[in-house]
Ligand binder design. Structure first.
Ligand SMILES: Cc1cc2nc3c(=O)[nH]c(=O)nc-3n(C[C@H](O)[C@H](O)[C@H](O)COP(=O)(O)O)c2cc1C
Ligand SMILES: Nc1ncnc2c1ncn2[C@@H]1O[C@H](COP(=O)(O)OP(=O)(O)OP(=O)(O)O)[C@@H](O)[C@H]1O
Length: 150
């Protein structure tokens, strides 16, 4: 899809954990913002994160930091029970998935349709490459540094 250039309001939704912010997150959000005129960011709840280690930073603090980013128009915490519930409030036109997010875009679009949403789903391509553009890698680095100090 081309970058957004129209006059109408197009709501974009980006999602993620955003534990320990880094430039990769910024890059993702800036790329997502290009698809529309208003960027909503849904921050995952501590209790729902099961595909990787639980975040270090608690959900309210992760939300506060995401909200403060210039590229973000609105940020909210997700639901603990039903991932489609917050979408009733946001009503996104487009959901932008990051390069490595665990959802299949066609499957997600089908599920959204079944729930009555006309939302499109797009997936971004290449990630931003930098040594610490990953929360997991930052944590690993801290642990290595501490281990050598012992
Ligand atoms: C459309 C959509 C809705 C989501 N809704 C919720 C939600 O309500 N609550 C939640 O905790 N996570 C929700 N998530 C999942 C997370 O925001 C996040 O994408 C997922 O945990 C993968 O995280 P990661 O990319 O940071 O690894 C949703 C994801 C998508 C794509
Ligand atoms: N380096 C990067 N370049 C582009 N997008 C990124 C990058 N790092 C994270 N993202 C995107 O940011 C969103 C939130 O990512 P997430 O919170 O999982 O961070 P992460 O650094 O990838 O975490 P982890 O290292 O624990 O996997 C996802 O959509 C993810 O694809």
């Amino acid at each position: 899809m081309d970058n957004y250039s129209g006059d109408e309001l197009t709501r974009i939704l980006a999602t993620g954990t955003f534990d320990i912010l880094h430039p990769g997150h910024l890059y993702y959000l800036e790329q997502a913002r290009k698809y529309g005129s208003e960027l909503y960011v849904l921050v995952a709840r501590d209790s729902t994160i099961e595909h990787k280690p639980k975040p270090i930073v608690p959900e309210k603090q992760r939300l506060e930091m995401v909200k403060a980013l210039k590229v973000v128009d609105h940020a909210l915490l997700g639901s603990e029970e039903d991932m489609f519930k917050p979408l009733e409030e946001v009503q996104p036109d487009i959901i932008v998935l990051g390069h490595d997010q665990v959802f299949d875009e066609n499957e997600l679009e089908d599920k959204l349709q079944k729930r009555g949403f006309k939302t499109k789903v797009v997936r971004l391509g290449k990630p931003r490459q930098c040594p610490f553009c990953s929360s997991g890698r930052i944590i690993k680095r801290i642990l290595e540094r501490k281990r050598t100090e012992l």
